[in-house]
Design a protein around this ligand. Structure first.
Ligand SMILES: [Fe+2]
Ligand SMILES: [Fe+2]
Length: 234
């Protein structure tokens, strides 16, 4: 049922996109289909890998925010504790409970079944689990950040997190995701993208990516690292 539904939506979306070329007769012939989801015609189509990789972009931006906090702690400078909480919550809600869950529920089992990149998948899964433990500690420390000892513990956890996730996401982008094309059919690949979009809407009540791009931009503004111009060498 679910597969049929997603195949239907897929067809519908392609139909909407090609509509101008088809003419009035085609529109009338397919009127019920068209009217049903008319409001979605503006919705962009995002492929499975593009979806996962732009989610990595959000992860990367939190890692850069963590880097800034690490720099301030080492330089004995102040930082807003709220930035740690906000960063940790973006990681927990968007990365750990959503993005990684997509990988664990929909990608990793397919790789295991195909017998491809199995040891990489084992490592990636262990890293998700370790990352969740670190985030748990980061959020707990951030809520009671008083002593130098707290700052030391926080900086250790943030450094461990960045050290693990920068290579983790880069390996997924360059090795795991490209291999996906080789283990699923083009149809299954497209259907997976549709399924991800549906899960995203159900999880976040809208476009989770857009919501979290705004949240990560707000985090960067809190830390004064939003304006890209500051990073251009003179
Ligand atoms: Fe991952
Ligand atoms: Fe990932």
């Amino acid at each position: 049922m679910h597969d049929r539904e997603s195949a239907f939506q897929h067809t519908r979306r392609h139909f909407v996109r090609t509509l101008p070329a088809l003419g009035t007769a085609a529109v009338l012939a397919s009127a019920p289909l068209f009217g049903q989801k008319k409001q979605e015609k503006e919705e962009e189509e995002v492929s499975t890998n593009e979806d996962l990789m732009r989610e990595h972009g959000i992860l990367k931006r939190v890692l850069l925010a963590y880097d800034e906090i690490i720099r301030r702690i080492h330089g004995n400078k102040d930082f807003p504790p709220q930035a740690v909480t906000d960063g940790g919550n973006i990681i927990r809600k968007f990365i750990e409970e959503y993005h990684e869950k997509l990988e664990e529920d929909h990608l990793f089992p397919r790789f295991r079944k195909a017998g491809k990149l199995v040891s990489l998948v084992d490592t990636l899964l262990k890293q998700h689990q370790a990352g969740r433990r670190v985030t748990e500690r980061v959020l707990a420390t951030a809520s009671s950040l008083k002593t130098q000892d707290d700052r030391d513990r926080l900086v250790n956890d943030l450094e461990a997190f960045v050290r693990m996730y920068a290579p983790h996401e880069a390996r997924e982008d360059t090795v795991l995701f490209p291999e996906l094309h080789k283990i699923v059919s083009p149809h299954e690949y497209d259907a997976l993208g549709e399924q991800f979009e549906n899960i995203e809407r159900t999880t976040f009540g809208g476009d989770g990516f857009d919501i979290y791009v705004d949240k990560v931009a707000a985090l960067e503004k809190q830390l004064g690292i939003y304006d890209l111009n500051q990073f251009t060498p003179k």
